[in-house]
Design a protein around this ligand. Structure first.
Ligand code: PLP
Length: 451
């Protein structure tokens, strides 16, 4: 390939990066990623970078699996595209829907395909509203979500999400989306015990339902463990109370499993880890380990039955794309046959949890939260008071991310929280290496702050 500087210049001239202050990139110089294997990326200068984020929380089986490339090539030769609209279907979509119905808990037996998580959540909005309309309750349109949640970047899924920076772009949230507070005890719990705080935050759902009128509320959506909101592991009391409230008012429960699904929390789905029984699950990312763009809504019998009794006027050109579906199936085969979930539960997650807990000994770290292979630390100037930094929120987090980057470690920040979501296949040596880089980056951040 061209020399790095030339690639960077072309990138700066023509490529608009998502979620990025593009003008700043020129000064900093982007890194051009050229190859990847296991948990390591290689850039155009030959530097190896430990990817503690699995790309964007998605490369669950790790990079460089030849089997997925082979399956994609074979499928492209046989049937590169056909749709599943009207009265046609194809083998990869049939097989993947069947496999997902087998893996999903309870009676989540029906699959509607999308190209990723955002458009799968758009599907969910339309699906739950259609469901209630077809049941003769067309006023049930409101979907309750949570502040600081991320459910995607289309106008509708960005509205479901509770990211104010996105809403401030204008026109969002779209009507009939309501947000309650997130169960972030460390930042917002004050003197309340975590269990009581979990209950209080869940009961905000009931308050919202009563305020809006139960006959107007269609569904509640939440991630079992909030990911892009900062890997917020809710107190144990939270989800059972949410489940109880949804059942009491006959509200559909949507679990956004885009990050939590496919082994991230040690089970196939975060709903199993958190004891949630959703009516619909959103999946994407780990479904194909990011090797091909695909998402889906996995739907329970009752909702599917009602929707299927009429025409659901919705669908994407790439709903059930044969190449993406074939790649996803192969990814699920690898997850299953190589017992990667077992590896997470028995080896990687316990080992990481033990190492992660020691981070609270660092002077910058308040809380160290973890669930399976997703984890976060809250940076603080004063852990006893769970204090915030005097600087603009996110300044210290950004600095720490930069330190990580300089140490060839991809770790993200959400405000002043640092997060990881590494490939599930890490062995204990990999975890040691990742933790060493994290500690070094934290030390350097601390030194810099005290300069
Ligand atoms: N839902 C959750 C919980 C996510 O984390 C994301 C992406 O990060 C999405 C939905 C959107 O998925 P996509 O980027 O594939 O559209």
């Amino acid at each position: 390939h061209m020399p790095t500087a030339e690639l960077q210049a072309l990138d700066a001239a023509h490529h608009m990066h998502p979620f990025t202050a593009n003008a700043e990139l020129g000064e900093k110089g982007v890194r051009v990623i050229t190859r990847a294997k296991g948990a390591y990326l290689t850039d155009s200068e030959g530097e190896e970078i430990f990817d503690a984020m699995s790309g964007l929380w998605c490369v669950n089986i790790g990079y460089g699996r030849q089997e997925l490339a082979d399956v994609a090539a074979r499928q492209m030769r046989e049937l590169p595209f056909y749709n599943t609209f009207f009265q046609t279907t194809h083998v990869p979509a049939i097989a993947l829907a069947d496999k997902l119905a087998e893996l999903a808990p309870g009676d989540l037996n029906h699959v509607f395909f999308a190209s990723g998580g955002s458009d799968a959540n758009d599907t969910n909005i339309r699906m739950v509203r259609t469901y209630w309309a077809m049941k003769g309750q067309p006023d049930r349109k409101v979907i309750i979500s949570r502040k600081n949640a991320y459910h995607g970047s289309t106008v509708a899924s960005g509205s479901l999400g509770g990211m104010t920076a996105m809403h401030e772009q204008g026109g969002m949230p779209i009507p009939d989306i309501h947000h309650i507070n997130q169960p972030n005890w460390w930042a917002e719990g004050g003197d309340t015990a975590p269990e009581d705080f979990g209950l209080a935050r869940a009961r905000e759902l009931e308050e919202a339902i009563l305020e809006l009128g139960a006959d107007r509320v269609a569904a509640f959506i939440g991630e079992p463990v909030q990911g892009a909101g900062g890997v917020i592991v809710p107190p144990e009391t939270y989800w059972p109370e949410i489940q109880r409230i949804c059942a009491k008012y006959d509200i559909l429960l949507i679990a956004d499993e885009v990050i939590c699904g496919f082994g991230r929390t040690g089970n196939w789905f975060g709903s199993e880890t958190m004891g949630i029984r959703p009516h619909i699950m959103t999946v994407a990312k780990g479904l194909s380990s990011g090797y091909a763009p695909i998402g889906a809504s996995i739907v329970c019998d009752e909702v599917a039955e009602v929707i299927s009794s009429g025409e659901f006027n919705h669908g994407y050109t790439y709903s059930g794309h044969p190449v993406a579906a074939a790649v996803a199936l192969e990814n699920l085969r690898i997850l299953q046959e190589e017992n990667i979930l077992g590896h997470v539960r028995d080896v990687a997650a316990p080992y990481l949890a033990e190492a992660w807990a020691t981070l609270v000994d660092h002077p910058l770290v308040g809380e160290a939260a973890i669930c399976g292979m997703m984890a976060s630390i809250a940076l603080t100037p004063d852990k006893a008071r769970r204090a915030k930094f005097a600087s603009e929120p996110g300044t210290v987090g950004y600095l720490c991310r930069e330190m990580c980057f300089a140490n060839n470690l991809i770790m993200r920040h959400v405000g002043d929280r640092m997060i990881i979501s590494p490939p599930l296949i890490l062995d204990t040596g990999d975890i040691d290496e990742m933790m060493a880089r994290i500690r070094k980056s934290l030390d350097e951040t601390y030194e810099k702050l005290n300069e």
